[in-house]
Design a binder for this molecule. Structure first.
Ligand code: G3D
Ligand code: MG
Length: 224
């Protein structure tokens, strides 16, 4: 309950209503980026729906999913944005990146090119999203498809070295197919996204409504 002081405005007049308690639900948005085929949609589907399907495109058909999670005693509505199959460089549009509180960089540990492209995905994110503090913006890297053991081309050490050089980005080796480390990875994603969301809210007015409640605008299909 508000104290006598809290029930008065700064100029001494009584407040009409007591101050509202902070909302118990927090929103956090994570954007999944990385080359086509690395498993972004599968990871999201495994995490949110506990399913792995080789028919992702047909069965999900959505470009974002939400899940309520507890992060350090706080209820968080996690919104995970997917690329809707548009993952070519410079094709996702600024709105996709701008709303994100955490950027999830995904590669396939069996395909070196998808790992080498992480630099470009990270740079593209920073250019398009334009975070106020790029050095401290939360990224998380997921090396996916570790179940294909005999095909592995990117070692844990190589991936971790890259993550360390880019500012100690958390790194997880996952399998969307066999549900390895998926829960742990998204817990870190939620935690870091929430922290970023709080930091932004403390310093600045809330960004536009698109950020908290709307999914990213649908990308136009086709080339023009
Ligand atoms: P994307 O959203 O990044 O484009 P998808 O990737 O989630 O659509 O996955 C691309 C293909 O990789 C799919 O196969 C999917 O089943 C497979 N895949 C995703 N994650 C894993 C994984 O952890 N292990 C293995 N072995 N395969 C995975 P299809 O055959 O549908 O193209
Ligand atoms: Mg996809």
């Amino acid at each position: 309950f508000p104290t006598a002081e809290a029930a008065r405005c700064d100029d001494g007049r009584p407040r009409l209503r007591p101050p509202r308690p902070p909302s118990p639900v927090h929103d956090a948005i994570a954007a999944m980026v990385g080359d086509a085929g690395v498993g972004k949609t599968s990871l999201m589907n495994q995490y949110v729906n506990s399913k792995f399907s080789s028919q992702n495109k047909a069965t999900i058909g959505a470009d974002f999913l939400t899940k309520e999670v507890m992060v350090e005693d706080r209820l968080v509505t996690m919104q995970i944005w997917d690329t809707a199959g548009q993952e070519r460089f410079q094709s996702l549009g600024v709105a996709f990146y701008r709303g994100a509180d955490c950027c999830v960089l995904v590669f396939d540990v069996n395909l070196p090119k998808t790992f080498e492209n992480l630099d470009s995905w990270r740079d593209e994110f920073l250019i398009q999203a334009g975070p106020r503090d790029p050095d401290n913006f939360p990224f998380v890297v997921l090396g996916n498809k570790i179940d294909l053991e005999d095909q592995r081309r990117i070692s844990t050490k190589r991936a971790m070295t890259w993550c360390t050089l880019k500012g100690n980005i958390p790194y997880f080796e996952t399998s969307a197919k066999e549900n390895v480390e998926v829960e742990q990875a998204f817990h870190t994603i939620a935690k870091n996204a929430l922290k970023q969301e709080n930091d932004v809210d403390l310093g600045f007015p809330p960004p536009s409504a698109i950020k908290l409640h709307d999914p990213p605008p649908k990308q136009k299909k086709g080339c023009c």
